[in-house]
Design a protein around this ligand. Structure first.
Ligand SMILES: Nc1nc2c(ncn2[C@@H]2O[C@H](COP(=O)(O)OP(=O)(O)OP(=O)(O)O)[C@@H](O)[C@H]2O)c(=O)[nH]1
Length: 392
């Protein structure tokens, strides 16, 4: 007779999980299989006890037939029934009730011999209780009594409680063995549950650690994306905005200036004779000059101005809300500041000048093309007018 509640069904975290289809054996609850083994052994021992008892108490042929079927054949039939059921565990719970009923019949058939009856009742009672809790106690007592009543009706009510010593001893040994086996099974299941819980806790810790790592990776990806976005709009040498960003911003600022009826100016700058700097002092000297101009632009730009490197040695300062007259003053200030600034390079102090073309909205047009065209033309004039000057 088996034990262990259905809630102890084993499912270790390291057993094949949900992504693999369950085999037929896995589908058949371990409770059913364990009950089968325990029922077969316990009923077999009970049969031995009945055989011993039959030496002193005559047993009729019909009772022998009933006991033979019950104690030898019945455990296999019950297993087959549970195995072929679509819900083996539920069927097995019904089997436990059937055990109580049939053992009650057997007890009545034998005239309620004390030790055989006690062993049968205690076995089925403990088993039902282990599987169903308190309701299992009530169910067992009811089923056993009903079985005893049916047995009495079939074979007549007799009360012959005496057992001889060999039968009593065998019952005690068998009952002890059965209860010890139940205890051992409970122990191994509890042990396994503990292992499972530890494995689950470890897995939870692993998942939390993996989640942390994932969060860190996501943050790193976010930072990288922000860096890439920034790089996409920046000139790598000077760190100023690049032409692509300037173009997009100019469109936006033009729209805003027209909406708010505000002026807008842009200053296009080109280093004078820059090739000579490169040719005379080397490319790195040229880079130092470019960096110096970028620094100056950053220093002199107002909040809201957009300083950009337009390409090569050409720079552009976009100044929203600035009139043409003020832009001219700012451009002069820039030209003067740059021309008078010494540029340290490898122990030398380099000097460079700027030619500047100005364009303003609405003075020179309302579109980016108008403004660029005018600024280009002004810059060309500044170059051809002798360089180091402002035009526009
Ligand atoms: N060092 C350095 N030189 C650059 C860079 N980009 C463009 N140049 C150089 O800038 C120089 C531009 O020369 P030009 O177009 O002839 O103009 P310029 O010598 O300044 O003459 P003007 O503009 O007529 O006064 C070329 O020598 C380019 O190699 C850069 O990133 N670094």
């Amino acid at each position: 007779m088996p034990i262990a509640p259905p809630s102890l069904r084993p499912r270790l975290p390291d057993t094949p999980g949900g992504d693999r289809p369950e085999t037929a054996t896995q589908r058949l609850s371990w409770v059913v299989q364990m009950h089968y083994r325990m029922r077969t052994a316990a009923f077999g021992m009970l049969f031995l006890a009945v055989c011993l008892h039959a030496r002193v108490e005559a047993v009729s042929a019909s009772i022998w037939l009933f006991l033979g079927v019950l104690l030898i054949v019945y455990p296999h039939l019950q297993f087959r029934r549970a195995r072929s059921s679509s819900a083996p565990l539920d069927t097995e719970m019904h089997n436990l009730s059937a055990d109580s009923l049939l053992l009650g019949m057997a007890a009545a058939a034998l005239g309620f011999p004390l030790w055989i009856t006690f062993s049968s009742l205690l076995g089925t009672l403990s088993n039902n209780t282990a599987n169903k809790g308190w309701p299992g106690v009530a169910e067992t007592l009811l089923a056993f009594s009903t079985g005893a009543l049916i047995g009495g009706l079939v074979w007549g009510f007799r009360l012959v409680p005496g057992n001889d010593l060999p039968t009593t001893l065998l019952c005690i040994v068998c009952l002890t063995a059965y209860l010890v086996a139940m205890g051992h099974i409970a122990f191994t299941r509890i042990q396994r549950l503990r292992d499972t819980r530890e494995a689950l806790q470890q897995r939870e810790r692993d998942l939390l650690a993996a989640n942390d790592a994932l969060q860190r990776n996501l943050q790193a990806i976010d930072a990288l994306q922000a860096q890439l976005r920034e790089q996409a709009i920046r000139d790598p040498l000077t760190g100023l905005y690049n032409r692509r960003y300037l173009d997009a911003t100019l469109q936006r600022e033009l729209a805003r200036s027209q909406r708010d009826d505000q002026p807008l100016a842009l200053i296009l700058m080109d280093l004078d004779h820059f090739k000579r700097v490169n040719d005379t002092y080397g490319h790195q000297a040229g880079d130092a000059v470019l960096l110096q101009l970028a620094r100056l632009l950053t220093e002199m730009a107002r909040a809201g101005d957009v300083a950009s490197r337009h390409g090569g040695e050409e720079f552009l300062l976009l100044m929203p809300t600035m009139s043409l007259a003020t832009a001219r003053e700012r451009a002069e200030a820039l030209r003067h500041a740059f021309g008078s600034r010494g540029i340290p390079f490898g122990g030398l102090t380099l000097h460079a000048t700027l030619s500047i073309g100005i364009a303003a909205c609405p003075d020179h047009g309302n579109t980016a093309e108008d403004l660029f065209r005018h600024a280009d033309r002004s810059l060309y004039q500044a170059k051809h007018g002798g360089r180091n000057r402002v035009e526009g």
